[in-house]
Design a protein around this ligand. Structure first.
Ligand code: NAD
Length: 263
């Protein structure tokens, strides 16, 4: 336990499991009080009980971020507990469907949760932050927000939208002391990828695409959120941080070619 975020109130959406849970855990360990919004009530209960049993200050609210009324009410309630210093918009879904087969309702659901949901929570929280002239918004985008992945048209579009939403919040609210940044992980082992995830899959994926030679973990991603939320990042706003083991830096050469460039 350290005291980097003592007396800070951090709101994390989608914090009941996966990367969001690791972000929650790290902020708790750094002394923060953390409020979690998640629509999976079972996972939320379990997560909150475990964290409280470890002595952490955690508030849990069942909230669907794509429902503006629920969001407004829940943000108001969280603000009553303590002013929100840091918002992590992490809740998201990822469905894989070829572009030509995406039905309007599937497209809408992804945009509603991943992009509009983040807008609802950010707008609601920022109205308070602006009054206090301080606050940090961190939006969980994705490598897919910068580089298209086939079968993910709706997901890619939602994550790309989140990057420009982040930049707009940053330039509009900088004069009110509010910073906003986006984080873009590459493939991370977490429940969202359960449909494809296996040791064989990630080994082959890393071998083909990731210069670092492995896929990401929740532990690779969470500390970046703590840094961006901290006072050390006071002059960083409107930026997009990629955490992908070098995947977006350039094409990974075939193993057979590596011999000629290895020293
Ligand atoms: P996950 O499925 O394990 O966790 C997502 C969490 O969000 C769950 O607890 C879920 O209940 C919650 N959630 C989903 N829709 C919600 C809604 N409408 N309202 C409230 N809560 C909702 O997935 P994860 O891998 O931990 O992903 C977290 C975020 O990171 C997502 O935004 C995802 O797009 C992004 N991301 C993940 C990866 C990856 O490879 N895992 C890579 C890049 C970005």
């Amino acid at each position: 336990m350290n005291s980097r975020f003592t007396n800070r109130h951090v709101l994390v959406t989608g914090g009941a499991r996966g990367i969001g849970l690791e972000i929650v855990r790290r902020f708790c360990e750094a002394g923060a009080m953390v409020s979690i919004f998640d629509y999976n009530s079972e996972a939320l209960d379990q997560t909150a009980s475990q964290l409280r049993a470890n002595g952490h200050k955690v508030n849990a609210s069942v909230v669907d971020v794509s429902d503006q009324q629920q969001v407004t009410k829940a943000v108001e309630a969280a603000e009553q507990i303590a002013p929100i210093d840091v918002l992590v918009n992490n809740a998201g879904i990822c469905e894989v469907t070829p572009f030509l087969n995406i039905e309007a309702n599937e497209w809408q659901k992804t945009l509603d949760i991943n992009l509009t949901g983040a807008f609802y929570v950010a707008q609601s929280v920022c109205r308070y932050m602006v009054q206090r002239r301080t606050g940090v918004v961190l939006n969980m985008s994705s490598k897919n927000g910068l580089d298209a992945e086939l079968g993910h048209a709706h997901y890619n579009a939602s994550k790309a939208g989140l990057i420009l939403l982040t930049k707009t919040i940053a330039i509009e609210l900088a004069r009110f002391g509010v910073r906003a940044n986006a984080v873009c992980p590459g493939y991370v082992r977490s429940p969202i990828n359960n449909d494809v995830d296996s040791d064989e899959f990630v080994e082959e994926f890393a071998d083909r695409y990731i210069p670092a030679g492995r896929v990401g973990t929740v532990a690779d991603v969470a500390p970046v959120f703590l840094f961006l939320a901290s006072d050390e990042a006071a002059y960083i706003t409107g930026q997009t941080f990629v955490i992908d083991g070098g995947q977006l830096a350039g094409q990974k050469p075939w193993a057979s070619l590596l011999g000629s460039v290895d020293s």
